[in-house]
Design a protein around this ligand. Structure first.
Ligand code: HEC
Ligand code: HEC
Ligand code: HEC
Ligand code: HEC
Length: 447
């Protein structure tokens, strides 16, 4: 009995020593991941737009990049190019008169970007400037053509552009450092007082994505590509920007409202999010480190992190993959519900304006108010239709903005109703963020 106890204690101590040793070993021998970049200076031309040429030097990255051809749906997103009206049946009404009402597909992998834009419905006939975010050749053509590039016709470049988004969009082939190519991103950041040339490595891991995954517009006179960030990234800031310059993307076919189409504002929502504020980059979640043979590399299969929760999230979060998936689903379900409520309220408003127009003899001023409120609600609803994460990127902002959109859509309907009745609509008080909150000075008294 006594001996058995002794043996047990010795065994426990032995196990503890082995485990302790292993932990010490792994901490010492497996340092924090540092990208071990083999470079081939001068061997890949600095205008090499063909990713397969880079692939000869970086076979593992090329293989990872090839996986972007895979297609797989997730609860709300993923890479299957499904018609968006299946999940958002109200799109044809809220996008009335615009190409997206006819043709709006779920996004898919980077390797499809050239193919997908070529096959776009004629109602969304692309402009040459659309190549800016679809091809690794774009910045080379911008360098060659100068500002004339922006007003070129689609047909002018249709033959020339063959390479989809590739290595050259994000890397400098000399040393494989991250780089941004799109002048619109550099200029918009500059107007915010941020010099992209001074960015940290961690910032670059999001900036390369911010070249394309953003809201943008084409300046009406010369189609110059601009990101509307001068006032900030919040939908309120972007609305103010467009209001100040009197911009609209299209005129709503049913109501005549001057409306804005928001495009994939991932960078904006991420910037204002808990993760963005904590310095977690797009690449942290979308390009997790994966093991290939005995080397670790950044995944170049840009996809839904729901497919890689272990690699993407558990570097920071200690919970299980199932728990993390549930957290994402929970935020998405709540966002989607609010989004649907807001969108159907917008549909009601559009129908009420249509009725007023049909009946004629309405109060002009009230109807103008109704149209403006439709514009306001449309911009906010669209922020969360166009962002590809269904609220996962910034669930608290979704809550605020969609709540405001519901109010604006209801007011639009009310204004249209009053217009029909020949009455003058009066806006309710505008509730500002932080109303009624106690300030720091007040709280100090209790410290
Ligand atoms: C904290 C992790 C995290 C960060 C940081 C993050 N994302 Fe995401 N992203 C997600 C999640 C979760 C989804 C939802 C995936 C789904 O529903 O399948 C998503 C979805 C997406 C999608 C759509 C994917 C699909 O399957 O259609 C795109 C595109 C995207 N993110 C781009 C970005 C960009 C660009 C940035 C940086 C500006 C960024 N993300 C930052 C977690 C993240
Ligand atoms: C959309 C942007 C983007 C594209 C396109 C892209 N990369 Fe990367 N790449 C990154 C990011 C982000 C990292 C991580 C860099 C870091 O953290 O220092 C990276 C890292 C790398 C590294 C360093 C080792 C590693 O895995 O972290 C190599 C080598 C590399 N990429 C090769 C390629 C090749 C080859 C292609 C084309 C087939 C390519 N990349 C396309 C964004 C991109
Ligand atoms: C040059 C423009 C460009 C850059 C740079 C870029 N993207 Fe994309 N991205 C796109 C386009 C365009 C699509 C949609 C392609 C399609 O559907 O044909 C897309 C699609 C995606 C998807 C959806 C794939 C799917 O499975 O549905 C993800 C995720 C994504 N990008 C993440 C990123 C991340 C992360 C970065 C930065 C590391 C990045 N992208 C950089 C233009 C870009
Ligand atoms: C580089 C570190 C890092 C990575 C990678 C990361 N997170 Fe986080 N996450 C944080 C930090 C920091 C917070 C802020 C709260 C905290 O400190 O826990 C946070 C907060 C959250 C929250 C609560 C806030 C919110 O937005 O609702 C959720 C949910 C979350 N993370 C899920 C994820 C998921 C899912 C992934 C992977 C797709 C992921 N995180 C990847 C660091 C990270």
């Amino acid at each position: 009995m006594k001996n058995a106890k002794k043996v047990a204690i010795i065994m426990l101590v032995a196990i503890a020593i082995v485990m302790g040793g292993y932990i010490a070993y792994s901490l010492a021998v497996q340092p924090e991941y540092q990208p071990q970049i083999e470079v081939f200076p001068g061997q890949i031309a600095d205008d090499e737009a063909d990713a397969s040429v880079w692939g000869e030097f970086y076979p593992e990255h090329w293989e990872s990049y090839q996986r972007n051809y895979e297609m797989r749906p997730t609860r709300y997103n993923g890479s299957v190019p499904e018609d968006k009206t299946i999940m958002y049946p109200y799109l044809p009404i809220i996008y009335g008169g615009m190409g997206f009402a006819e043709d709006y597909l779920e996004d898919r992998g980077h390797v499809y970007s050239v193919e997908d834009i070529r096959h776009i419905h004629e109602s969304r006939r692309p402009l040459a400037v659309c190549w800016t975010c679809k091809s690794s050749q774009a910045h080379l053509i911008i360098e060659r053509e100068g500002v004339d590039y922006y007003s070129m016709a689609w047909g002018d470049l249709e033959e020339e552009v063959v390479h989809p988004i590739g290595c050259l969009n994000c890397h400098n082939p000399e040393d494989m450092s991250l780089t941004v190519r799109n002048p619109a991103f550099i200029e918009a950041m500059d107007r915010l007082g941020i010099d992209v040339a001074d960015a940290t490595q961690q910032e670059m891991r999001s900036y390369v994505c911010g070249q394309c995954h953003v809201e943008y517009y084409f300046r009406p006179d010369d189609k110059y590509l601009i990101f509307p960030w001068d006032n900030g990234f919040h939908p309120d800031d972007i609305e103010r920007y467009f209001d100040d310059i009197g911009f609209n993307d299209w005129t709503h076919a049913i109501t005549g409202a001057e409306v804005i189409k928001i495009q994939h504002p991932e960078f904006e929502l991420w910037s204002l999010s808990t993760h963005g504020q904590a310095g977690v980059s797009c690449a942290d979640c979308h390009m997790p480190y994966v093991r290939v043979g005995n080397t670790k590399m950044s995944s170049h299969h840009w996809q839904s992190p729901l497919n890689t929760l272990n690699e993407s999230c558990r570097t920071c979060h200690i919970q299980s993959v199932d728990w993390l998936r549930q957290q994402v689903y929970d935020r998405q379900d709540k966002t989607k519900r609010l989004l649907d409520i807001a969108a159907y309220a917008l549909v009601d408003a559009i129908e009420e304006i249509a009725l007023a127009l049909e009946e004629g003899n309405y109060n002009e001023q009230s109807l103008e108010e109704a149209r403006y409120l439709q514009r306001r609600a449309q911009l906010r609803v669209d922020f969360f239709i166009a962002d590809n994460s269904t609220g996962a990127h910034n669930p608290t902002l979704a809550l605020e903005v969609l709540g405001v959109a519901i109010e604006q859509a209801h007011e639009a309907r009310k204004a249209a109703e009053m217009a029909r009745l020949g009455e003058l609509y009066e806006a309710p008080r505008d509730i500002q963020r932080g109303e009624g909150a106690r300030d720091d000075a007040y709280l100090e008294q209790y410290n």
